[in-house]
Design a protein around this ligand. Structure first.
Ligand code: NDP
Length: 282
């Protein structure tokens, strides 16, 4: 099976373009799922403090026997910890739960513009500390809209390495993705198959039949050819394998355009709108 390509981020680090997402994987099942993914060949795991399964991620990595340096780990700052001292404590907790001395990428999970007096800038400056002391090799954001990215650009000296946003054929998020492309910010596409929501689409199933691939593979390949970073989630061993087999076929320009044309704008979102989202977990 061909190797997963890496993409060079704006800080020079190379991220595997395909990873494994662990949102909604039960903490008790996470280690097994992560070990299975690593056995298939994934070398990039996307977790978050909010998912309550960072410990399982660390456990699964250690159980695999694969050296830590060969695996890219991303985690995220939970919404209740945006104040600088809380963010420092939360990051210590993330490293402790993972059982490693650094993460490859650490993100502000949500901008929460209606909380903390709209101040995510002081939170970002704390992430800059983590990068400076080497405990986060790269730092970035998630669910940031263009206005939020512009505020960071105006008030801080570091451009986020990535912005992790909802993006799939029904919600192509062109405004945010375009801003990121123009400013050297890597685009990470969350819910890349819309949690399964695009898999029965007539356009996608027609292409899938023609190229003899599954609808999930066609959709994930569309992300890859757009240059997005993706980490589909699955706890089904056959799907974990299926989602990894993306590098021995290609979509034509016409097929790419057909998938682009499925965008439904705001109606296509499956998750919350970051401008309104103000959820703090218990
Ligand atoms: P995905 O788009 O990856 O879809 C996951 C769902 O699709 C699961 O129900 C899974 O079922 C099913 N599935 C997976 N592969 C296949 C397949 N080949 N055929 C059919 N069904 C399949 O959704 P996620 O929301 O999990 O997004 C991926 C990752 O993105 C998350 O795990 C997380 O890391 C990140 N994320 C980040 C967010 C953020 O705010 N930053 C928000 C949401 C996600 P099953 O497991 O039963 O196989």
């Amino acid at each position: 099976m061909p190797d997963v390509p890496t993409l060079k981020l704006n800080d020079g680090h190379e991220i595997p373009q395909l990873g494994f997402g662990v949102f909604q994987i039960d903490p008790d099942e996470t280690a097994t799922a992560v070990t299975q993914a690593l056995e298939v060949g994934y070398r990039h795991i996307d977790t978050a403090e909010m998912y309550r399964n960072e410990a399982g991620v660390g456990e699964g990595i250690r159980a695999s026997g694969i050296p830590r340096e060969q695996i890219w780990i991303t985690s995220k700052l939970n919404n209740g910890f945006h104040k600088p001292d809380d963010a420092r404590r939360a990051f210590d907790g993330t490293l402790q739960a993972l059982g490693f001395d650094h993460v490859d990428l650490f993100l502000i999970h949500w901008p929460l513009p209606s909380l903390y007096d709209g101040d995510f800038v002081s939170t970002w400056k704390v992430l800059e500390e983590f990068r400076a002391d080497g405990r986060a090799r790269s730092i970035g954001v998630s669910n940031f809209q263009v206005a939020h990215l512009e505020k960071l650009a105006a008030e801080t000296g570091t451009v986020p390495a990535v912005n992790q946003i909802e993006l799939h054929p029904y919600f192509t998020n062109p405004e945010v993705a375009g801003y990121c492309a123009d400013h050297g910010i890597g685009v990470e596409a969350w819910s890349p198959i819309a949690q399964g929501g695009v898999l029965h689409d007539a356009t996608i199933t027609e292409i899938a039949q023609r190229v003899d691939r599954s609808p999930a593979q066609v959709t994930l390949r569309w992300h890859i050819q757009h240059g997005y970073i993706v980490f589909p989630k699955s706890t089904t061993p056959s799907r974990i394998k299926e989602n990894f087999a993306l590098f021995d076929f290609e979509l034509t320009g016409q097929d790419m355009t057909a998938l682009d044309g499925l965008n439904q704008g705001e109606d296509g979102r499956t998750g919350p709108n970051p401008d309104q989202f103000a959820y703090i977990p218990d």
